[in-house]
Ligand binder design. Sequence first.
Ligand code: COA
Length: 249
Amino acid sequence: MTNAILLEREGGLLTLRLNRPDKKNALTRAMYSQLADALQQADSDPGINAILITGSHTCFTAGNDIGDFLQEPPSDLTSPVFQFMRSLLECRKPVIAAVAGAAVGIGTTLLLHCDLVYISVDAKLRMPFVNLGLCPEFGSSLILPRLLGQAKAAELLLLGEGFNGEQAAAWGIATQALPNGEAAFAKAREMALRFDTLPPEAVRISKQLMKAPDRELLRKVVEDEGKLFVQRLRSPEAVAALMGFINRS
Ligand code: COA
């Protein structure tokens, strides 16, 4: 068992803290499995009212572990990364994210499925899927063009342009931008604990209503993207780009 995911309980709040600082909290297969299990357990635990996903005050996550992508790429949609995606997508309880520093790849796309996102103004978000020979994942090819329009979404998804926390909040990817990582976490915690004072069933029904119109479509898009992503990981374009990161000097 790894301690790269720390679970912390405070009242009805469960915090899932990414804790692999030496690798910028890059997510391994084991970490995805732990996150998926924790989300599923929290969802069925009547004592938990909200889930907070965070990293450190200076780094959210550098995305999928690139070594894992090369050595143990997901083989199909039962792989840990997709279990994590489904667990987040299907979670009935409010999920809050506190983000600072790097939020790369799935570090950005997972935010599209959180209910509330508090982010430091200078957080660095980026979805370099195409740059790595890959393709968009986790519903981003559907959600971002809808949220930002095709023209802006193309800049982020086709060119892999980065953006900061202030832009994320202005564009509706984040709820609010705060001056730094400490402030983003404090705000996220404060708002997440509010769910202890609200009627849980009303919260769950309301979240369900907000998600219901797109749920089926989103499930299908995540699956379609996932199948292509798995293929792309084995493509010469992706292998060359991923090796480029591993071998950089
Ligand atoms: N997978 C595996 N290891 C990673 C990683 C990843 N996604 N991101 C960072 N690391 C490792 C680095 O290899 C380095 O390890 P080392 O000290 O053993 O060499 C360590 O984390 C620190 O990373 P470094 O690049 O030196 O930090 P930085 O502050 O200069 O840059 C990032 C931070 C996030 C901008 C940069 O690490 C990066 O671009 N990472 C890759 C992001 C990515 O493409 N993710 C996949 C998206 S699909």
